[in-house]
Design a protein around this ligand. Structure first.
Ligand code: ADE
Length: 243
């Protein structure tokens, strides 16, 4: 997979991509991340990337020409998704991350200032993504979130130990509670079942904890969650307060 990121602040992006799982994925050749400074695609002497909004108003708007020039320089024979990070986009979640993980190539555009000239949206961009209902100073942090969630989906990105773990959201449920040594810390004990060595019991307990946790914290997720008929029945009883 190749991910191209267009930004006015390339330095913001280098850190997270040279650490941990993303670095390993890059080193293994699973993903190539190429960062472009939008300012390098200006053609005027002063390298202007923004201008006042037509019609007046506060703030500056990113001009269409440098973004267009950058996008055109990247586009090649492949189908390239051009994704604008913006609070107006569709909400990013695990399903969107899985969808993007199937792409071979994508361009992420980080917006800034008051916004991006609408013609970029209309004619260049194929998708718009928001990472949540809040406004960031720019799309860079959002791009980092998207890249992280997508790259860890790529086969081979996670080590064997990490891969077999059932992450929160991968089954539509929140993850069960995790414990490690010591067995007792300041008098706080690890649940007995986890020390039992009974793998079937442990699996049952974890599944139940995931369901209970999701019911208490994120009941909205349960609609879409992957539950057996029996689990749905238990859940209905829980909701009615019988358990
Ligand atoms: N740029 C500014 N805020 C954003 C958000 N919430 N998601 C994606 N890009 C953004």
């Amino acid at each position: 997979m190749r991910i191209h990121i267009l930004t006015l602040f390339p330095n913001m992006l280098s850190g997270p991509f040279s650490e941990s799982i993303i670095k390993r994925a890059v080193d293994r050749g699973l993903v190539e991340i190429v960062i472009y400074n939008i300012r390098d695609y200006t053609s005027d002497r002063h390298h202007v990337v923004d201008d006042y909004p037509f019609g007046g108003g506060q703030g500056m708007v990113l001009k269409p020409e440098p973004i267009s020039a950058a996008v055109e320089s990247i586009k090649n024979e492949y189908e390239v998704s051009v994704i604008l990070l913006t609070p107006q986009g569709r909400l990013f979640n695990q399903m969107v991350a899985e969808e993007l993980a199937g792409y071979s190539e994508m361009i992420l555009i980080c917006g800034h200032y008051e916004g991006v000239d609408e013609r970029v949206r209309e004619h260049l961009v194929t998708d718009e993504i928001s990472i949540g209902d809040y406004v960031l100073s720019g799309g860079e942090l959002a791009a980092m979130v998207v890249v992280d969630a997508v790259v860890r989906q790529l086969p081979g990105a996670l080590g064997a130990e990490e891969a077999v773990r059932e992450d929160s959201h991968s089954s539509g449920l929140l993850e069960y509670p995790q414990y490690t040594r010591p067995r007792v810390f300041q008098g706080w004990e690890v649940p007995q079942v986890l020390l039992s060595g009974n793998h079937a019991e442990i699996a049952r307990w974890r599944r139940e904890q995931s369901i209970i946790r999701t019911l208490r914290r994120r009941p909205d997720l349960l609609e879409r969650a992957d539950l057996s008929r029996e689990e749905r029945m238990v859940l209905e009883r829980m909701k009615r307060g019988e358990e």
